[in-house]
Write a protein that binds this ligand. Structure first.
Ligand SMILES: CC(C)(COP(=O)(O)OP(=O)(O)OC[C@H]1O[C@@H](n2cnc3c(N)ncnc32)[C@H](O)[C@@H]1OP(=O)(O)O)[C@@H](O)C(=O)NCCC(=O)NCCS
Length: 189
């Protein structure tokens, strides 16, 4: 299935496209974002880092890999990409089934929580996924909060080196049963 367009209260999630390269290059090339990510992301970020990344993702998708790749845009904005979510629901992959980042000026307004709730609905209601695993560095308070607010259950620690030197990571499981069975707003605090 292709990555669908999804609308939330404040956001449009639309499939990643080559035309998003300038906005991603501008917003993602930021130590405050990349320090929280594993070494698979290069730092210093190359001047032309976004375009080859997008090309590679689109090639993998065209080759049949099950990768859902969205950019986030504000409904109230000009349509520019201000963030990215990657979702790869592979049951045999114990971590890294989802990745996300948001441009720094938009942090702490609940936007990623809103987007991830919609992606959970897509995963569990549309795709019928049973469960998947996600992770974050133990130092990444914001990413942990997004997980806590969107139904993830803490399952333990793994070793995964991040740019900021943090190697201890939290591992979480998100299940269909838990997400669909939640009462309204039960994961918000
Ligand atoms: C992680 C990230 C996407 C969160 O996006 P966001 O839209 O700001 O997230 P939300 O606003 O939905 O939720 C953030 C929560 O973290 C909390 N938070 C953020 N920094 C915090 C801090 N230093 N101490 C305590 N809480 C903090 C916010 O208060 C909020 O929780 P609340 O709703 O209970 O108040 C964004 O911070 C980001 O892009 N970080 C860099 C990249 C990254 O870490 N990606 C994830 C890798 S696993």
């Amino acid at each position: 299935m292709d990555t669908p367009n999804i609308q939330t209260r404040r956001l449009i999630l639309r499939p990643l496209a080559l035309s998003d390269a300038p906005a991603i290059q501008r917003h993602f090339n930021n130590w405050n974002i990349i320090q929280n990510l594993p070494f698979v992301v290069p730092w210093p970020y190359p001047d032309d880092g976004a375009e080859p990344f997008i090309r590679q993702q689109l090639e993998k998708i065209a080759a049949g890999e099950e990768i859902y790749q969205w950019v986030l845009a504000l409904k109230s904005g000009d349509g520019e990409a201000i963030g990215n979510i990657r979702f790869t629901p592979k049951p045999d992959q114990p971590t890294g089934n989802r990745g996300f980042w948001l441009a720094e000026p938009y942090w702490n307004k609940g936007l990623m929580t809103e987007a991830i709730a919609a992606v959970n609905d897509f995963a569990f209601r549309t795709l019928g996924v049973e469960s998947f695993y996600v992770s974050n560095a133990v130092s990444n308070v914001a990413s942990r909060r997004v997980k806590q607010k969107t139904g993830a259950e803490f399952v333990g620690y793994i070793e995964l080196p991040h740019h900021n030197g943090q190697t201890k990571s939290e591992r979480w499981r998100v299940t269909r049963e838990s997400w669909l069975g939640r009462s309204s707003n039960s994961f918000r605090r």
